[in-house]
Ligand binder design. Structure first.
Ligand code: 13P
Length: 251
């Protein structure tokens, strides 16, 4: 049985106090949600306070990126995965399409960051997804398979226990254009098939695969009814505690 995961990616939104207040509101509104794991990913500067103030609740905290390096070293502007763990976060989002598109993230760096995250015992939420042009030219599966294999290169079956995959078609992010449940299910089943080939049947069966791209209270239930959709990675609709709580409480 795969326990669903509902994760909110706050991207570069919210000053420190706003992030803390939203997290506190959310904590109350999802206090009875035991059917899924709840994760929020605030900006680095709010991580510690959000993690402190949600400690002991069912809200888990994620960072949105980390360094490829695992040694404390001269790398201005970077944040080591153990520094993220140190302030109370349990997860790191890695390889988000915005980082791939705008910040030079490659399959190699995604792989290194995933390994850095695992090295310190954190769980990686590894993002994959094709662009509109790639989908329209019939290459969506090839692109996703390449990203997946690149990200997970060299991982063992036991590493896979701390991997969550997020399928986020770039054309559905922030556009209001959600993949249909059928389109998402098709890609999720494909991803599970790739994991079965490259890892093991068992890890394919146990790995949670989240859908991301314009998930809202109005469409989450339909998406979650698909067999291979194990949760959601939510951007815009996670910024408001009430809207995100409605997504968490989709049942
Ligand atoms: P939206 O939900 O705003 O489309 O963003 C999705 C996303 O990028 C989550 O990581």
């Amino acid at each position: 049985m795969r326990k669903p995961v509902i994760a909110g990616n706050w991207k570069m939104y919210k000053l420190h106090d706003e992030a803390v207040n939203t997290a506190l509101e959310l904590k109350n509104q999802v206090a009875n949600a035991t059917h899924c794991e709840v994760i929020i990913a605030p900006v680095f500067t709010a991580l510690k306070t959000v993690a402190d103030r949600t400690e002991g609740s069912n809200v888990n905290v994620a960072a949105q990126d980390c360094s490829t390096h695992t040694e404390h070293s001269a790398n201005t502007g970077e944040v080591c995965a153990d520094m993220i763990k140190d302030v109370g976060a349990s997860h790191i989002i890695i390889g988000h399409s915005e980082r791939r598109q705008f910040y030079g993230e490659t399959d190699e760096s995604v792989n290194e960051k995933t390994k850095a995250c695992l090295y310190f015992g954190l769980t990686a939420i590894v993002c994959v997804g094709e662009s509109l042009a790639e989908r329209e030219s019939g290459n969506a599966q090839t692109v996703v398979k390449t990203q997946l294999n690149g990200a997970l290169k060299g991982l063992t079956v036991s590493d896979m226990e701390r991997i969550i995959i997020a399928y986020e078609p770039v054309w559905a992010i922030g556009t209001g254009k959600t993949a249909t449940p059928e389109q998402a299910q098709e890609m999720h089943a494909f991803i599970r098939g790739v994991l079965a080939e490259t890892q093991s049947e068992e890890s394919a069966e146990n790995t949670r695969i989240l859908y991301g791209g314009s998930v809202k209270p109005a469409n989450v239930r339909e998406l979650m009814s698909e067999n291979d959709i194990d949760g959601a990675l939510v951007g815009g609709a996670s910024l408001d505690a009430t809207s995100f709580a409605q997504i968490v409480n989709y049942k």
